[in-house]
Design a protein around this ligand. Structure first.
Ligand code: AMP
Length: 434
């Protein structure tokens, strides 16, 4: 049987150009997060299953890639017909952050502003923009109840989008507490409220009649009539919605107005925004772009999540950039990934001059120049082709004549100009790019 060369469905390889585009976006996002005072953290890809389950991860908990127990423990579990797995791959960055905080909080500033960029894994059906391995770029503030956290997190994410050329990102805002208050007020029984949220979440994707029918079956016509004036009232008319919980509503207004004053005018309260995860407790938000059907990112307040990890019950708020969708937008808008080539590529004339070539590369590198060295010997034509493919600005060769004269031949790969030069001159030269 031949071994497949494609990665498994939903997983991808990244050739140099794709990698360059990803690195470019990650660098821009990191720089923006840092400029807002968020500090980088990293956590392990693999977590104890106890960290990933029963913590409000909602549907995502069903998508965990589990890792089998190993050795004797696996044999014992098999014999006992018990759980065969004990570890799993993280499916988001929020649960790992909460665990991280429970462990490290005494050493961290308070409140703690963290950013966390890395891959997460979900065993879902792969399609365009939906993968089984994808990156998230999170910014979180732990330890403050202030709505300034929402303003900071949303501003940081919008600034990152802007830095990458997307100013036309809409922000939808809602509040979980306000949603539950409206459901209670409408007379939706407590045990049906979760399912009602799932049905309401479909308003953006399914016809209104379908959602109405589902809700009527769930909670009855009177409740649905009430919901039409609140959670289903559309993005503009909030008179009844506001009454469900005036304090929470006025906080949402404050967040959107404060962001508008700071120049972010595309933020609005949307009563039907649900966001899937059960761990949210207050304001929730989602970033959307006209060219994408799904969201470009999202987040919200998840107070008390750290309590589930044995830590104190601390308030927390965070947002996540859907990195893969952002990359789709970058690709579509033709942002070319520029692979920055080395300034010099040192070619190897023949085996007798190998050491001299290596010494030249080492000397230039020591002086801080970026230098590729052709890793072999062979026809110079093939070596020039290599230098070109690597995007080098200048090819350097020490042939017998140059070696005898203690000099170097430099060929500008853009203009084709060739000249003999001294190493000292190369060291003094201004950096050149291809
Ligand atoms: P969530 O943790 O489910 O709230 O997702 C946060 C962001 O990650 C979403 O806004 C999506 O843009 C992105 N996302 C979620 N699932 C996937 C996936 N399977 N592939 C790529 N991006 C995803």
């Amino acid at each position: 049987m031949s071994i497949p060369v494609n990665p498994p469905s939903g997983f991808r390889d990244y050739p140099p150009e794709a990698c360059a585009r990803r690195e470019f976006a990650i660098r821009a996002i990191s720089e923006v997060y840092r400029s807002f005072g968020f500090q980088a953290i990293a956590t392990s890809a693999v977590e104890d299953l106890a960290v990933l389950t029963g913590k409000g991860g909602g549907e995502n908990e069903k998508l965990i890639f589990k890792i089998l127990k190993r050795g004797e423990k696996l044999d014992e579990a098999r014999a006992a017909g018990g759980e065969l797995a004990d570890l799993g791959l993280r499916f988001d960055l929020t649960l790992p952050l909460s665990r991280f905080y429970a462990k490290h909080q005494s050493l961290l500033p308070h409140p703690f502003k963290a950013f966390h960029i890395g891959p997460v894994w979900r065993a879902e059906r792969a399609q365009k923009g939906r993968y089984r391995e994808f990156y998230q770029c999170d910014a979180d503030i732990i330890g403050s109840e202030s709505p300034l956290c929402e303003v900071e997190v949303i501003s940081a994410i919008l600034t990152a989008f802007k830095r990458l050329g997307f100013e036309d990102v809409d922000v939808h805002l809602n509040d979980r507490g306000l949603v539950y208050a409206a459901l209670e007020q409408a007379g939706v029984p407590e045990d049906k409220r979760g399912a009602a949220c799932v049905a309401l979440d479909k308003l953006d994707k399914a016809p209104r009649e379908t959602v109405l029918a589902e809700l009527t079956e769930l909670a009855g016509k009177t409740a649905v009539d009430a919901l039409q004036k609140t959670l289903m009232s559309g993005a503009e008319n909030h008179a009844d919605y506001e009454k469900a919980d005036a304090a929470r509503y006025s906080q949402l207004r404050w967040i959107s107005q404060t962001l508008a004053q700071a120049g972010w005018s595309r933020v609005r309260v949307n009563p039907s925004l649900m966001r899937g995860l059960d761990y949210y407790t207050g304001p929730v938000f989602e970033f959307r772009h006209a060219k994408l059907s799904g969201s470009l990112g999202g987040g919200g307040r998840y107070d008390k999540l750290s309590e589930k990890f044995g830590g104190p019950a601390v308030p927390a708020c965070g947002g996540s950039i859907g990195f893969e969708r952002l990359l789709l937008l970058l690709e579509e808008s033709g942002v070319a990934a520029k692979i920055s080539g080395p300034e010099f590529c040192v070619l190897v004339f023949d085996e007798s001059l190998r050491e001299k070539s290596l010494a030249l590369a080492a000397r230039l590198r020591q002086a801080g120049k970026s230098v590729d060295l052709y890793p072999g010997t062979g026809k110079l034509k093939a070596q020039f082709k290599y230098a070109d493919a690597k995007g080098a600005a200048v090819a350097l060769i020490i042939g017998p004549d140059e070696a005898a004269a203690g000099a170097v031949k430099a060929k500008n790969l853009k203009t084709g100009d060739e000249r003999m030069t001294a190493v000292e001159e190369l060291l003094r030269s201004e950096p050149q790019s291809a």
